[in-house]
Design a protein around this ligand. Structure first.
Ligand code: MN3
Length: 201
């Protein structure tokens, strides 16, 4: 069984005006699809790995045959990161619930968290992701990953992420990463973030 592009639970224009329809369409149907195609191509010669959970492979990359390890890390990571990201996006969801309490406890306030999350994401050099993760001590922390590396390969569980690749911002925001992240905070699906948080808490 090969990996397939997950359907979005919303329309491509659902996040307008913050994330535009054209970017969402290209990002999902072209960029995400390409990671999946290349992952499937890499797994082609290893039929027994085609049914293996992707997150299990990413958690222990050393268990993946060496000749496809980089492909699984890059394209499998791209598939994984985008698959968990789409559901984290929704307009008009209030910052609330257990995760809001935990964030306020860890960072002082929502505003302070926003500032630190933004600074962390802006510090990604080149392409990568900014993340809020849970570490192995069950504490919230900020981290960034390069390229399509995933937090789970470093033993951290992603709660919230922001795609810092230019393909996610360039049509609407050009090189204005600050404006892009500001817009992102208008489309954070805090209900989903709460779900992510409760699942591991
Ligand atoms: Mn992307």
């Amino acid at each position: 069984m090969s990996h397939k592009l997950p359907k979005l639970s919303y329309a491509y224009d659902a996040l307008e005006p913050y994330f535009d329809k054209e970017t969402m369409l290209l990002h999902h149907t072209k960029h995400h699809q390409t990671y999946i195609d290349k992952l499937n191509a890499a797994l082609d010669k290893y039929p027994h790995l085609q049914d293996r959970d992707l997150d299990e492979m990413l958690k222990v990359l050393s268990s993946v045959p060496e000749d496809i390890r980089t492909a699984v890390k890059n394209h499998g990571g791209g598939h994984y990161n985008h698959s968990i990201w789409w559901p984290m996006l929704k307009k008009n969801v209030k910052f609330s619930g257990d995760v809001a309490k935990a964030i306020e406890k860890e960072f002082g306030s929502y505003e302070e968290f926003k500032k630190k999350f933004t600074d962390n994401a802006l510090s990604v050099f080149g392409s990568g992701w900014g993340w809020l993760v849970m570490n192995d001590k069950k504490e919230l922390e900020l981290m960034k990953t390069a390229n399509q590396d995933s937090p789970i390969s470093e033993g951290k569980i992603p709660i919230l992420g922001v795609d810092m690749w230019e393909h996610s911002m360039y049509l609407l925001y050009k090189n204005n990463k600050v404006a892009y992240i500001e817009a992102f905070f208008n489309v954070v699906n805090w209900d989903k973030v709460n779900e992510n948080f409760k699942k591991i808490k």
